[in-house]
Design a protein. Structure first.
Length: 229
């Protein structure tokens, strides 16, 4: 049974954030994100402050209790509350391992846009890939998933590891080619993004890859990939 302290403190944090919300900002945020979920209309610094304060107060929370809170936030019809859930998961990344990949895959499959997809990849899954390379096989299988955002995650989940090692270049290139025939903007953009991130440390590899596959990659993917070279 989850401690009432965790629930009470989470409710207090959400209530405090709601009071800081601005209606006009909320509507603009929803429009920008193209989401049907409701936003509080709070600014990032206030949201991050609430997440950090909860973490500082409950550093010793158990994984079981954390997952209970994450499920509550994940099932919310509020975009802001889902965001808080993902950011909390990132704060407690040390509690997660390869066995939790399926949990975050389910969360990815429920995403309604790029924002939460990219947060999950950069704050959670990407860090797991870097720490546990054995999960790459599963990550790579996501490129065949029927859900757009899970397919996008097969690329963006390498956003952390490629900043530190060239271990995953082949995976990035293979997934990029596999998805290169897709027409969806968010896949083409993701291909360009992960290739551009790769080019920061391995520009020659990216240039060679783009040149070799110039007839397969979309113009958007190619443009984004070599933007900083």
């Amino acid at each position: 049974m989850i401690s009432n302290n965790y629930l009470s403190d989470l409710d207090k944090a959400l209530s405090s954030l709601k009071k800081k919300g601005d209606f006009a900002h909320a509507r603009n945020e929803e429009k920008y994100l193209k989401t049907n979920l409701k936003c509080y209309g709070v600014y990032s610094k206030d949201l991050l402050f609430s997440v950090n304060e909860f973490y500082k107060s409950h550093k010793d929370i158990s994984k079981e209790n954390l997952l209970y809170l994450l499920d509550r936030l994940r099932s919310s019809n509020s975009h802001t509350e889902k965001t808080i859930g993902i950011k909390l998961a990132g704060k407690y990344i040390s509690l997660f391992g390869p066995e939790d990949l399926s949990y975050f895959k389910r969360w990815l499959s429920e995403c309604d846009g790029w924002c939460h997809t990219d947060y999950i990849c950069s704050l959670v899954v990407g860090r797991l890939v870097y720490k546990y390379p054995s999960i790459k096989k599963e990550i790579n299988s996501w490129r065949k998933n029927k859900v757009l955002w899970v397919r996008r995650a097969s690329l963006i989940s390498y956003i952390i590891s490629i900043r530190y090692t060239n271990r995953d270049i082949k995976d990035i290139f293979d997934n990029s080619i596999y998805l290169s025939g897709e027409k969806d903007f968010f896949i083409r953009k993701a291909i360009g993004w992960i290739l551009r991130e790769t080019s920061k440390k391995y520009p020659k590899d990216v240039l060679k890859f783009v040149s070799k596959n110039k007839n397969k990659l979309s113009n958007l993917s190619k443009k984004e990939a070599i933007r900083n070279i």
